[in-house]
Design a protein around this ligand. Structure first.
Ligand code: KIV
Length: 258
């Protein structure tokens, strides 16, 4: 059965939500067959598959291209596309048009937007226009240039209060879910208890309503995965060995065999 915003909302308190990134139809099909609830076409496509240093260089056209590839896998998983760097801070008309393109041209079922209370008014208008929105607070990787790196959020009282307010503002704006990245575990638990929509955590402890990880990190395809990641396979080693055997077979004439 196709996951929708409605089925995801119903999972809060009933069952944990499993979310993973994918950037093409091949990996989307594999994730879907495993029973993943939400496939995130993350702007992490920049640093995982496009060779970029961060997500900052990822454009809207790139996101539409990869979202369309995932959508063509025709998954039961809800297809969630990231809105790229800065675009939530343009005018509402421009933001609405970006989301429209991700939905109409990319085939996204919903859009994830980094930011809290400061963009809640725009999210409310997007939801009114028919766009399903997941918020993203805590570490917002698109802020890396301003932050000068990646770090945990929610360690000071002021930051905890701000994140609680952000979550409440996103809930009131009509976001169907809130992602919390690298947020102190006890704060993520408190936010999860205080909002009616499901929370999805990454590096934010085990109390969220669901978890998301980057596919390359759990599959052993990233040169460096964050410390909170559990690696479920070492595909990097398997692929390297297979390529080396192929090269050797071609060079030696072992493949192809007449
Ligand atoms: O782009 C992405 O993969 C993300 C996850 C880190 C949540 O936003």
């Amino acid at each position: 059965m196709k996951n929708t915003v409605k089925t995801i909302l119903k999972k809060k308190g009933a069952e944990k939500i499993a979310m993973i990134t994918a950037y093409d139809a091949m990996f989307a099909k594999l994730a879907d067959a495993a029973g993943i609830d939400i496939i995130l076409v993350g702007d992490s496509v920049g640093n995982t598959v496009l060779g970029m240093k961060s997500t900052v260089g990822v454009t809207l056209d790139t996101m539409i291209h990869h979202t369309a590839a995932v959508a063509r896998a025709d998954t039961n998983a809800l297809v969630l596309a990231d809105l790229p760097f800065c675009r939530a801070h343009y005018s509402f008309d421009s933001l609405l048009d970006d989301c429209r393109r991700l939905v109409q041209e990319g085939g996204a079922d919903a859009i994830k937007i980094e930011g809290g209370a400061e963009i809640a008014d725009k999210i409310e208008k997007l939801v009114n226009a028919g766009i399903a929105v997941m918020g993203h607070i805590g570490l917002e990787p698109q802020q890396v240039l301003k932050l000068g790196g990646y770090r945990k959020f929610g360690n000071s009282d002021a930051e905890r209060q701000k994140l609680l307010n952000d979550a409440k503002a996103l809930e009131s704006a009509g976001a169907f879910s809130i992602l919390m990245e690298m947020t102190a575990g006890d704060l993520a638990a408190e936010i999860t208890r205080s909002v009616s929509v499901p929370t999805i955590g990454i590096g934010s402890g085990g109390s969220c309503d669901g978890q998301v990880l980057v596919c390359a990190d759990i599959l052993g395809l990233s040169p460096r995965a964050p410390s909170f990641v559990k690696r479920y396979a070492d595909l990097g080693a398997i692929i390297s060995a297979a390529y080396a055997e192929y090269v050797s077979d071609v060079k030696s004439g072992k493949f192809p065999q007449e």
